[in-house]
Design a protein around this ligand. Structure first.
Ligand code: SAM
Length: 283
C-alpha cells in the first residue's frame, strides 16, 4: 500500500513538469515537413533520366535515406517502381519504417527495401538512378573519400543510369549567420550557419525548431560539412568514371526575386548569394 502511494506521488510530480510544444514534437516529422520535397526531386530526376534514355526509370537507390521519405514516394509514383533506401543510422530508418513505409499498402511496401548500411559498402542489384539529396555527401571532407563515394555511386548504376545530387552555395553560404525563422504551419524552421572556416571550406550548420508557446528544439540536427563547389564536384565525378556531368540551375520568380523551383540545364549562371542546384552524372 505504502509503495503504491509513493509511486503515485512520484507520477504526479512528473506530470507537473511543464510539457512544452518542443518537448512533445517529433524531430523527424518536423524535418520532413520543413525540409523535404520528395515529389519535386523525383519529378526532376525522372525528367532528366527520360531526356537521356527515352524511357522512364524504374529502380532507384536513395543514399543517406534517413526516414526514406523519397524512396517511399518513388514507389507511390509508379506501379512498377522499386526503391532501395540506405542509411547508417537505425533511428531515422526505424522511424521511416513506421511512419512512411507502413503508410504504403502491402504491395507498395514489397517494392521498397530499407538497408541499414554504409553507402560506401552497400551492394545490391544495379539501379536506374542513385539519388543523394539534402547535401548528404558533404559529410565527405576529403577529395579521396568523395571520389570513393562517387565510384560506389557509379558502380550502383546500370549502363543507362543517372546519379543525381543537390548542392548549395553562394557568398551567403560562406558566412556564420542564422536565417530568419521560416513559418512551417504550426512551427518555425531555423537554419543556423554556426561556423564557417574558409581555409577548410568547412561549414557546421544546425537546424532548430521554434513553437508558438515560445519553446525551442535547439540543434535538432547538426551537420559538419565540406562545402564543395560545382566544378570540384564535376571534376571528382569525371575522375570516378562518369562520362558526362550536367548542372540544373533554378530560375527566379520575377515577383519575389526568390528561386521559382524550376531547374533547367545550364552551362553558366549569374552571381547569386544563396543558390541550390542539382548535379547530374551519367556513367
Ligand atoms: C542530411 S540527412 C539526409 C536525409 C534525407 N536523405 C534527406 O534528403 O533529407 C543525412 C543522413 O545520412 C546518413 N549517413 C551519414 N553517413 C552515411 C553513410 N556513410 N552511409 C549511409 N548513411 C549515412 C545519416 O545517418 C543521415 O540520416
Amino acid at each position: 500500500m505504502g509503495r503504491t502511494k509513493k509511486s503515485r506521488g512520484k507520477n504526479r510530480g512528473k506530470q507537473r513538469k511543464r510539457q512544452t510544444q518542443a518537448s512533445l514534437a517529433d524531430k523527424h516529422e518536423l524535418y520532413q515537413r520543413a525540409v523535404q520535397e520528395p515529389e519535386a526531386d523525383l519529378l526532376l530526376a525522372r525528367k532528366i533520366f527520360r531526356t537521356h534514355f527515352g524511357r522512364p526509370p524504374l529502380i532507384m537507390r536513395e543514399d543517406f535515406c534517413g526516414t526514406a521519405l523519397t524512396a517511399c514516394e518513388w514507389v507511390r509514383m509508379g506501379a512498377n517502381n522499386r526503391a532501395f533506401g540506405i542509411d547508417l543510422d537505425p533511428d531515422p530508418l526505424e522511424w521511416g519504417r513506421v511512419h512512411n513505409l507502413e503508410k504504403l499498402n502491402e504491395e507498395q511496401q514489397s517494392r521498397v527495401e530499407l538497408i541499414e548500411g554504409d553507402v560506401m559498402s552497400t551492394h545490391h542489384e544495379q539501379v536506374d538512378m542513385t539519388l543523394a539529396f539534402n547535401f548528404s555527401y558533404f559529410i565527405f571532407h576529403e577529395r579521396a573519400t568523395l571520389l570513393e563515394y562517387f565510384r560506389m555511386a557509379r558502380a550502383s548504376l546500370r549502363p543507362e543510369g543517372l546519379f543525381l545530387m543537390d548542392v548549395y552555395g553562394g557568398s551567403g553560404a560562406q558566412t556564420t549567420s542564422e536565417d530568419d525563422p521560416r513559418d512551417c504551419d504550426g512551427f518555425d524552421y531555423i537554419w543556423d550557419q554556426y561556423r564557417f572556416d574558409p581555409i577548410q571550406c568547412n561549414a557546421v550548420n544546425h537546424i532548430h525548431f521554434e513553437f508558438p508557446d515560445g519553446s525551442r528544439m535547439k540543434r535538432a540536427f547538426t551537420y559538419d560539412w565540406r562545402l564543395w563547389s560545382i566544378p570540384e564536384i564535376c571534376d571528382v565525378l569525371r575522375d570516378a568514371g562518369f562520362s558526362q556531368t550536367e548542372v540544373y540551375w533554378e530560375g527566379t520568380d520575377q515577383d519575389t526575386d526568390e528561386g521559382n523551383g524550376i531547374f533547367t540545364l545550364r552551362k553558366s549562371a549569374i552571381d547569386d548569394p544563396a543558390w541550390v542546384a542539382y548535379v547530374a552524372a551519367i556513367p
